[in-house]
Design a protein around this ligand. Structure first.
Ligand SMILES: *Cc1c(COP(=O)(O)O)cnc(C)c1O
Length: 399
């Protein structure tokens, strides 16, 4: 027992080190966000080691002690449907990727074709042929995309749909800067008898706050994605639809197909986050998008290469310009390491995200741009970063 205790405490020491490290860093990672203390309390509650399983409501729960677990699940479903304005909400997927699996399994049969945005154009790697399509016996074709304008090429898409007759088109990107013009895409999918799904993993918080792609459920058969990128967390997935038939099929592909235990504490934390988003989502999402646009402009004015001037972004991300970094003997990776040495965390793929700083109530993008620019030109800005971090505290939570 003593040995067991020691091992645990070593790991806990590492956790403490991580928490100290992250609390002293400015997080500009596009895929991440910070959770409120209320959501954390739910996530680490007793629910974290409990089970609950209701397959047939007339038969009740297969486990005991589930009175509140079930109530939390159903209230969370209701909160999700109300927030997104959908008839149905499925909150159990363990992540955005698992939600994608459920959607693909529910809408396609073996040997059919799907279409999604190519990885080179910012699409999600999981939809490329070596991943989900290969696992399930589908073929993926790329949705033609124009990088310069960050828009789908509708004429080319029409030809590609004619050639491959996809049963499913999945929109959404991991490098995601601009909304889609959904009406013609819906019309095309109707003409070719294809489902239209929207993977909003990166932008679920912005859609919830109505700052981005407000019309998604008007035109798409379903919206799904991660609950922790621009959304308030915890890590997980969600599926929303107005279509009863689709919803029924999705539900069939959950228990014992794509997952079993749904992690009740995660659902409770999501419920808390949904309450926060319902109350504060509009302010938060508007500030995220405003901050991205400003940060793009300020970085540009501070001489850092950013793409898509003068609009920069409609989301929580801005895209750095690879040529700019190459021209200075840097890569996205080396630039990211230089910033991290100075207490600023970004990914190593050329994205900068504003979700977390916006949740921390920060809006002086000129100051962040100056710090990034200084660090990239070799200055040590650790002290300035830690001064800035002292001003931050979590917003958009509580009564
Ligand atoms: C991140 C991402 C996913 C995967 O989400 P997880 O929550 O990490 O499983 C799926 N699709 C897109 C577009 C993503 O960016």
């Amino acid at each position: 027992m003593a040995g067991e205790g020691r091992i645990m405490s070593e790991i806990l020491k590492l956790v403490k080190k991580h928490e100290k490290y992250r609390s002293e860093s400015l997080n500009l990672q596009a895929s991440e966000n910070i959770m409120s203390m209320d959501a954390r309390e739910a996530l680490s509650s007793d629910l974290a080691s409990r089970y609950s399983l209701v397959l047939d409501p007339s038969k009740g729960d297969a486990y005991g002690g589930t009175q509140y677990t079930e109530e939390i699940l159903h209230e969370t479903e209701k909160l999700a449907a109300a927030l997104y304005g959908s008839k149905y909400a499925e909150v159990r997927p363990l992540g955005g990727h698992i939600a994608a699996e459920m959607v693909i399994l529910s809408l396609m049969s073996k040997r059919e074709n799907m279409m999604s945005i190519a990885e080179k154009d910012g699409g999600y790697t999981g939809y490329q042929n070596g991943y989900l399509p290969q696992m399930f016996g589908f073929q993926n074709y790329e949705v033609p995309y124009d990088q310069a304008s960050q828009e789908i090429n509708l004429q080319k898409l029409e030809r590609a749909m004619k050639a491959s007759s996809p049963s499913l088109v999945v929109l959404g990107q991991s490098f995601f800067l601009k909304h889609y013009d959904l009406k013609p895409l819906r019309e095309m999918c109707d003409a070719y008898n294809s489902y239209l799904a929207y993977d909003g993993s990166h932008v679920m918080g912005l859609i919830a706050g109505q700052a981005f792609q407000k019309d998604v459920l008007e035109y798409c058969d379903l919206l799904f994605g991660s609950t922790h990128k621009s959304f308030f967390g915890p890590q997980g997935g969600i599926i929303l639809t107005n279509n009863e038939d689709i919803f029924t099929r999705i539900r069939k592909n959950i228990t014992w197909r794509t997952m079993d235990n749904y992690h009740p504490s995660r659902i409770a934390a999501l419920g808390v986050a949904l309450e926060e988003m319902t109350k504060y989502g509009r302010d938060y999402a508007a500030s995220v998008v405003r901050n991205s646009r400003h940060l793009g402009k300020e970085l540009h004015e501070n001489g850092v290469g950013v793409k898509y001037s003068p609009w920069y972004s409609e989301t929580h991300q801005i895209a750095l310009d690879g040529d700019y970094f190459q021209g200075r003997g840097m890569s996205f990776e080396s630039a990211s390491r230089i910033l991290e040495d100075n207490g600023i965390i970004v990914d190593r793929e050329g994205r900068i995200g504003t979700s977390e700083i916006s949740r921390m109530g920060f809006s002086d993008m000129g100051r962040i741009a100056e710090l990034i620019s200084s660090a990239l030109s070799g200055k040590n800005i650790r002290q300035e970063v830690s001064d800035l971090i002292k001003e931050l505290r979590i917003h958009y939570t509580g009564a």
